[in-house]
Unconditional design. Sequence first.
Length: 1016
Amino acid sequence: MITKDQLQALAQSLQGDFHYDTVMRTLYATDASAYREMPLAVAIPKTEEDIKKLILFAKANKTSLIPRTAGTSLAGQVVGNGIVVDVSKNFTKILEINAEEKWVRVQAGVVRDELNMFLKSYGLFFGPETSTANRAMMGGMVGNNSCGSNSVVYRSTREHLLEVRGFLSDGSEVVFGNTPYPPLSVSALTTKTNSLENSIYQKIHEILSNPENQAEIRKEFPKPSIERRNTGYALDVLLDSEPFTNNNVPLNLCKLIAGSEGTLLFITEIKLNIVPLPPKEKGLLCVHFNSLDESLRANLIALKYQPTASELIDHYVLECVENNIEQKQNSFFVQGKPQAILAVEISKSTQEEVIEIAKQIENEMKANNFGYHFPLLLDEDVKKVWNLRKAGLGLLSNMAGDAKPVAVIEDTAVDVNDLPDYIREFNQILAKYNLFCVHYAHAGSGEIHLRPIIDLKTEEGNRLFKAIADEIAKLVKKYKGSLSGEHGDGRLRGEYIKFMVGEKNYELLKEIKRAFDPDNIFNPNKIVDTPPMNTSLRYTPNQGTPQFKTVLDFSSTLGILRAAEQCNGSGDCRKTELTGGTMCPSYMATRNEKETTRARANILREALSGKFDIKPIRFSKPNRFVKSNEAELQSRFNSEEVKEVMDLCLSCKGCKSECPSNVDVGKLKAEFTHQYYQMNGVPFRTQLIGNFTKLTSLAALFPSIYNFVFTTKFTASLAKSVMGFAQKRSIPLLEKETLRAWYKKHKVLSVRTLTTTELDQPITNNQQLTTKNSKKVYLFCDEFTNYNDVSMGKKAIQLLEKLGYEVEIPLHLESGRTYLSKGLLNEAKDIAIRNVDLLKKLVSEETPLIGLEPSAILTFRDEYIDLVHDYQKEDAKKLAKNALLIDEFLAREIDKGNIKKEQFTEEKKLIKLHGHCHQKSLASLTPTKKVLSLPANYTVHLIPSGCCGMAGSFGYEEEHYEVSMKIGELVLFPTIRQQPDEVIITANGTSCRHQIKDGTGKKALHLVEVMWEAVR
Ligand SMILES: Cc1cc2nc3c(=O)[nH]c(=O)nc-3n(C[C@H](O)[C@H](O)[C@H](O)COP(=O)(O)OP(=O)(O)OC[C@H]3O[C@@H](n4cnc5c(N)ncnc54)[C@H](O)[C@@H]3O)c2cc1C
Ligand code: SF4
Ligand code: SF4
């Protein structure tokens, strides 16, 4: 038993971080698989010396280490009860490249796609590609011997692994690479006699030079013709080298390390073979079939033409996309009702060659009576089909409820020639259990991903999980296939290895493990000695799913707990600023697993499932939490653990659109925070921020006093300290009158003619603004524009009027964004109810509600629907449809021909556009680009930035300032700093503009300001 003191002493001896608190252990208890096991601790080593210390500690104290990178394993490879060692944060360097010899040396935490971004300028790349390539790291790819849809050409990671450096289980350092043969003696293979390294070589030699073992391995391991096979340790591959086979292939233990799932060696450095970039021209021949069987037979014809991929999409996937606007558009090429489509990718130097090969494939398939439609897609259309292929499964995974497509038999691979018969028998087995599977993915390599839908929260589901795995293992064995084609054995398939390779071979695998790791330190219970596959699961039979009382409506996910359970751990939320997207800004800035969307969903799921001790309630509203079952359940929200992990969530909503499983942490955080405050009271700063509108309306009575306080060093500093705001932040000032006040006067004036004097614009003769015969629009006068961005608001009104619209600011309340962002949901609910009532009769498709601040107007499209009374839902939904960003409204009018290029300047301008997170998530930047590009010579470039880092009040808060600026520094600030003064920076979010000002000193403009300058 390891004591806390021992762990503390270890923590102190490391240069990196070491955690043994509940929060961090919980976050590392799961990966992307169905498994869950609480680790003893989590280490984030900083140096190789740290790793060595951890190994020696584990050895001395009889515990284990679980090496981990992105944690996207699907079979429970990085789940275990020892110390999880996460090298994804500090081992991220590309160390050396030799373009001439075509190799690169990297640390274990280098992301696959980032490596290829680096290699691109050399005209080279690392071939194997997983679907997770934008976050999966090289250590994990080696660990699992990963590959992907292009494996028909580039095979798996093993084939590209030249050398690995790392630590053996006794802490000694080792490099495995090509070993020259014939050696003088076995010990001559290594530099050190009597070392663990030496005894490993001896053991390998002993096992593989034994003819009986050789025969048994050749007999029992998967067919060598199967390109992707991750069954146990790759003794069969090693056997295929000198001196065991006379084939001039040098012995290289890397082949064994690839796919060893962290059980043999702790890898620190990896030397990889790299290859020339593939030919530029790609074409996708999407052959339509009347049956799945026909498609699998036709696959054999496609493979004769050396395609770069041959991927299957079945009718279930096509049916799944029926109700999805984006995917329906992506399925534009589908004709009739195909049972299956084979997407055959052809890559060549010219399009003519692509077309020619496609024609040949089509002719040969037709000659064999295969397929009924043969569209060849080129250029951008290729991406759309890949997108569709991936989305189908995502849509299926998002099904509400506890029954989900489960990774259990999803990774089997057989010889491509066996595929049609194998799949037929496979489906017969499923039918016996009344189950069905979506069939998709790598037909070209004999691997189809198949996930049956099972409810693991029931006894029956747990039993099915095992029964199906048992049956399919037998079937795969019959075809001499591999139970794992690419995802690895882990906890899921380890149990079957003995059956798959036979008892004798299994004993050899155990000997290998003992030779490398006699004390069982490295990732135990994977590959050998694996416990039953239906134990240590994330969901256990009869655990139930309690229902909680919530303010926000979680009915679409059947409750808040199930909303958190939507997270399957895929790790898309670990993409980086280089690989792109918005989700998740706090992870991008810190590279801490704790700051991922996944971490937040994981911790909430654990808390609401009752896994944490319940903390005494400090404060509760009278009669709200009486002693009852319900109250006890609600008290699970009183969790410091969840509070801690939610802290750096910016509520940017990036996850709402980018998480393939629709995990919406912004919403989860708002509800959690609300519930937490019910039991703990609302902190002073939160009240201050929530009540921003009320307080600002008071301050607006004396704007000069307010501005004096925040522009005078001493008073500003004092005020910021009192409010808990960062000293380095500037505070938005007030204008001398509010937009509403200005608008009242303006209305009177504009009955005849409007002038622009109030906007400090010179008046020219052609600036006669008329409201005659105009179309009416309602402007949502949000709280930020009303008080802080008045001049922008004025320009918006004048711009609309000049373009021929009659603008009215209707009676409404603030948006409620400040309450929502702080989890003050009762207040936000009152506002939503009131605003829907006030606006429902006015707003229609003909008279839309137009908003300037994305975070404010988009509350109508997002939170209001979840906040209002049930009887208001239909009105709220109707309102949501007609609540438009001004960009959307103007773009719509451009499309209708009501706004024309000729109304704007012909001056030449370059615009750099930063998009607001909420807009990117809930709407789109396409209308913004369309509007800004309307003037004849305006060019608009999108800044590839995610979140700006400000996110409402987040960036003002003292403890968040640093992370906020770090987020800004990822892409946004450096891009803006590089721009010459004449370039216009545009950002529609008030927070974004403020962040740009604080971070770069440059002024960013709202779209309406740019268009106001441009209008003639
Ligand atoms: C949605 C989804 C799609 C996927 N698609 C594919 C696919 O197309 N092809 C495919 O092959 N896989 C796929 N996978 C599985 C997974 O993404 C890959 O196996 C990936 O390469 C794992 O990388 P990782 O960085 O997440 O590794 P992790 O999960 O962190 O680790 C993987 C293994 O490597 C070991 N390891 C990590 N670092 C070290 C080290 N320094 N020393 C020793 N051992 C180490 C770990 O112990 C573990 O056994 C998919 C997963 C998901 C969730
Ligand atoms: S939050 Fe979404 S993207 Fe992140 S791991 Fe969970 S399911 Fe995947
Ligand atoms: S709302 Fe934004 S910050 Fe929060 S988890 Fe989602 S992506 Fe991350």
